[in-house]
Ligand binder design. Structure first.
Ligand code: F6R
Length: 608
C-alpha cells in the first residue's frame, strides 16, 4: 500500500532524510515515487514511475534542496501507474503540495464536484482530490487546519494525507482518517510517516495518532487537533525500543531468511511474558471472558486457529477464530454480553479488515483486546488492553517470526489464565513454563536440522504446481500457515484442510507423486497414520512434518519426514511451522522468485 512521509528541519537539507524514510516504506509495495521540497519561495516537485532508487537516480532527487519536504510511494488503485498519476500533487496554482495513503471511495463524485467548482485536476489519482478539497477551504479561510477540517468533509474513504503550503513554509500538516500515520520527534527536526519502523534511523521518539486528528508540525513543535471541532489535543511523545538495525538484511540473502532465523531470539524474549507483569492487564481481562472471538487476517488468522486450541483446552475459554473481513457479516445479529471479548490479532495493528471489525464491535459492547507487534498502532489504541508479540520489525512480506510469536503469546496467555482459573495444577503450569523457556533452543535446532531437507525437497518440487497440506486438531492452523507461505511466494496452488476432511472429496486429486504434507502433533498418531495411508496406497507422495512417531516413518519415503525435536502436544505445533517456512523459502528461490517481495502483495493492507 502507499506510504507517505515528511520532514521539517531547522537546519540543513531534508532530501536525504526523506529518501531514508521512503526506502524503509518500500516494503509495503509501490509502483511510483515522488518528493516535493520547498526552497526560497518555490516548491520543487519531482515524481515518476519505478523504484525509489530509479526515480532518485533519474530525477536527481538527492540534489533537491529545502528544509521542509514530503514524499509518497504509490501503489496504484485509482489511475494506472504514470508520472501524472504519481504523487505528490499540486493544488490549482501550485501553492500547496500534498500526497495521501489509502482510498478516496468518493473519488469520481468529488472530482466532478471540484471540477464544476473550477478546480483544475490533472490526474486520475484520488490523492489529488485531497489536495484540491483542502485548497478549496484554505482559500476561503487562509487557515490550514480549517482547510483540512472542511476538506475531509468533501470526501469519503479511509486515508491519511500530508501537505504543506507556500504561505506557511516552515510547517507540515497531516490528517489521519483511517490509514496509519505517526509523528516522529527529532532534535531540531520532526518527521511524519505511514509507519513507525520507517523513522527509526532518525528517532525512537514518537507520538501515536488517532483517526480524526490533524497535526501541525514545525521543526521544533507539534500540535494535534480534533478534526471534528478543531479543539487542541495534548499528547506526549513515547519512546520505542524497536531498533532500526532489525530492519536491515545484514549478511542474509533475504529478509525472509533473516526473520526465520530471528525466531530463536524472538521466542526467547517473549517467553519472559510468563513472569512479566506487562501481561497482567490482558490476562485479567481475558480471564473474565466466557466467549472470545479471535479475529485476524492471513497469517494472524492462522495463529488464531492454533490460539483457539490453547484457550479452549488450557484456559477453559470458549474461543472462536474468525477471519477479520467475515466477523461483522457473520455476527451482525449477535448481541454480546458483558463477558464477550474480541481479541484482535494483527502484526501491523493497521489492517483495515481488523479496524473495520473493531469499529463494528466496539459500539455493540464487545471488550476489545489487542495483540500487535507495532507499538502505537491503531489496534493498540482501540483496545482496552493489549499485548505486544515482541517479534521485532518484520520487513519481508510473508509473516514468519510474527506468526510464531503470536502463537507463543496465545500459549503464554492460555497457560497463565488456565492456572489462574484453576484449570491446570501448579505442577502442570511449572512444567509448561519450563517447556516455554526451552522453546527457543528447540527453534534453533529445528531451523538447523530442517534447512538441508527443505533445500533438497524444494529442488524436487520445482515443477510441482499443486499440493495439499493437512493438519489435525492443533496442527490444522499450522497446515494453513504452511500452505499460505507456499502459495504466497511460489505462485502455486497449496490447499490446506483438516486431515479428516481430505477423504470427503479432495482425495480424488491424488495421483502418482502428488505431494500431501501432513503436519502432525505427537498425540495424533492414530488418526494421522490412517490419513497418510490413504494417500500412500494411491501412489501419492506423503510428506510429514512433526516429531518422530514410531510406525509413521514406514509410510513415508526417506527424506520426506521433517523430524522436529521431541517436545509436547502444545509446543510441537510451534516448531512444525518452521520447516514449512523454510520449504516455502527455498522453493521460491528455486523458482527465481524474490520471497521478500511477492508480486501483487503488500505488507500492510490498509484498504478494504
Ligand atoms: C502472510 C501475511 C499476511 C498477513 C495479513 C495480516 O504471510 O503476512 O497474510 O498476515 O495481511 O496482517 P496483520 O497481521 O498486519 O494484520
Amino acid at each position: 500500500m502507499c506510504g507517505i512521509f515528511g520532514v521539517v528541519a531547522k537546519e540543513g537539507n531534508v532530501a536525504e532524510k526523506l529518501l531514508t524514510i521512503g526506502k524503509r516504506l518500500a516494503y509495503r509495495g509501490y509502483d511510483s515515487a515522488g518528493l516535493a521540497l520547498y526552497n526560497d519561495g518555490n516548491i520543487d516537485l519531482r515524481k515518476g514511475v519505478g523504484t525509489i532508487e530509479s526515480v532518485t537516480e533519474n530525477l536527481k532527487l538527492k540534489e533537491m534542496v529545502g528544509k521542509i519536504g514530503l514524499g509518497q510511494l504509490r501503489w496504484s488503485t485509482f489511475g494506472r501507474p504514470s508520472k501524472i498519476n504519481a504523487q505528490p500533487h499540486f493544488d490549482c496554482d501550485g501553492d500547496m503540495v500534498g500526497a495521501h495513503n489509502g482510498n478516496i471511495v468518493s473519488f469520481h463524485r468529488t472530482k466532478e464536484q471540484l471540477e464544476n467548482e473550477g478546480h483544475t485536476i490533472r490526474s486520475l489519482n484520488d490523492g489529488e482530490i485531497c489536495v484540491h478539497a483542502t485548497e478549496k477551504h484554505y482559500d476561503k479561510t487562509k487557515d490550514m487546519i480549517k482547510g483540512l477540517m472542511e476538506g475531509v468533509k468533501e470526501m469519503e474513504g479511509a486515508f491519511a494525507f500530508i501537505c504543506f503550503h507556500k504561505d506557511h513554509p516552515d510547517t507540515l500538516y497531516a490528517i489521519k482518517m483511517g490509514s496509519s500515520l505517526v509523528l516522529g520527534i527529532g532534535e531540531g527536526e520532526n518527521y511524519i510517516a505511514s509507519d513507525l519502523p520507517s523513522i527509526l534511523p532518525l528517532t525512537n521518539k514518537f507520538v501515536p495518532l488517532n483517526d480524526g486528528e490533524i497535526i501541525e508540525v514545525t521543526a521544533t513543535s507539534y500540535k494535534i487537533y480534533n478534526a471534528e471541532d478543531g479543539s487542541e489535543i495534548h499528547r506526549k511523545p513515547r519512546i520505542t525500543d524497536l531498533s532500526a538495525e532489525e530492519a536491515v538484511k545484514g549478511s542474509y540473502d533475504y529478509f525472509l531468511t533473516k526473520e526465520i532465523h530471528e525466531q530463536v531470539d524472538a521466542t526467547e524474549k517473549l517467553a519472559f511474558g510468563l513472569e512479566s507483569d506487562v501481561l497482567d492487564e490482558i490476562v485479567n481481562k481475558l480471564s473474565e471472558a466466557n466467549v472470545a472471538f479471535l479475529v485476524g487476517c492471513g497469517s494472524s488468522f492462522n495463529a488464531c486457529n492454533v490460539g483457539s486450541y490453547y484457550l479452549n483446552n488450557l484456559a477453559g475459554i470458549i474461543a472462536f477464530p474468525v477471519i477479520g473481513g467475515r466477523f461483522f457479516e457473520e455476527y451482525k445479529n449477535y448481541q454480546p454480553d458483558d463477558k464477550t471479548v474480541l481479541l484482535c490479532v494483527s502484526q501491523s495493528g493497521e489492517t483495515k479488515d481488523i479496524i473495520n471489525t473493531i469499529n463494528f464491535a466496539k459500539p455493540k459492547g464487545y471488550h476489545i483486546l489487542g495483540m500487535v507487534n507495532v507499538p502505537g498502532s491503531t489496534v493498540e489504541r482501540l483496545s482496552e488492553a493489549y499485548a505486544y508479540i515482541g517479534a521485532g520489525i518484520e520487513r519481508s512480506v510473508p509473516a514468519t517470526k510474527t506468526y510464531t510469536n503470536q502463537v507463543l503469546l496465545f500459549l503464554i496467555l492460555a497457560a497463565r489464565i488456565g492456572y489462574k482459573r484453576g484449570r491446570i495444577t501448579k505442577e502442570e503450569y511449572e512444567q509448561l513454563k519450563a517447556e516455554i523457556h526451552n522453546l527457543s533452543a528447540l527453534v534453533k535446532q529445528t531451523i538447523e536440522e530442517s534447512i538441508p531437507k527443505a533445500k533438497k525437497l524444494a529442488k524436487e518440487l520445482v515443477k510441482t504446481n499443486a499440493m495439499s497440506l493437512l493438519g489435525y486438531g492443533i496442527t490444522h492452523g499450522v497446515a494453513m500457515e504452511g500452505a499460505l507461505k507456499i502459495r504466497e511466494i511460489n505462485y502455486i496452488s497449496a490447499e490446506a484442510m483438516y486431515s479428516s476432511e481430505f477423504k470427503h472429496g479432495p482425495l480424488s486429486i491424488v495421483e502418482n507423486g502428488y505431494p500431501v504434507i501432513y503436519v502432525v502433533a505427537p498425540n495424533d498418531k492414530y488418526y494421522v497414520i490412517s490419513h497418510v495411508s490413504e494417500v500412500e496406497c494411491r501412489d501419492g507422495r506423503p510428506i510429514v512434518v512433526g516429531e518422530h512417531i514410531d510406525g509413521l516413518d514406514k509410510h513415508v519415503k526417506e527424506g520426506d519426514y521433517f523430524e522436529i525435536p521431541k517436545s509436547s502436544q502444545l509446543i510441537s505445533p510451534i516448531l512444525a511451522a518452521i520447516p514449512l517456512q523454510l520449504l516455502a523459502l527455498y522453493m521460491s528461490i528455486e523458482r527465481g522468485i524474490d520471497p521478500d517481495y511477492p508480486r501483487n502483495l503488500s505488507k500492510t493492507l490498509t484498504v478494504d
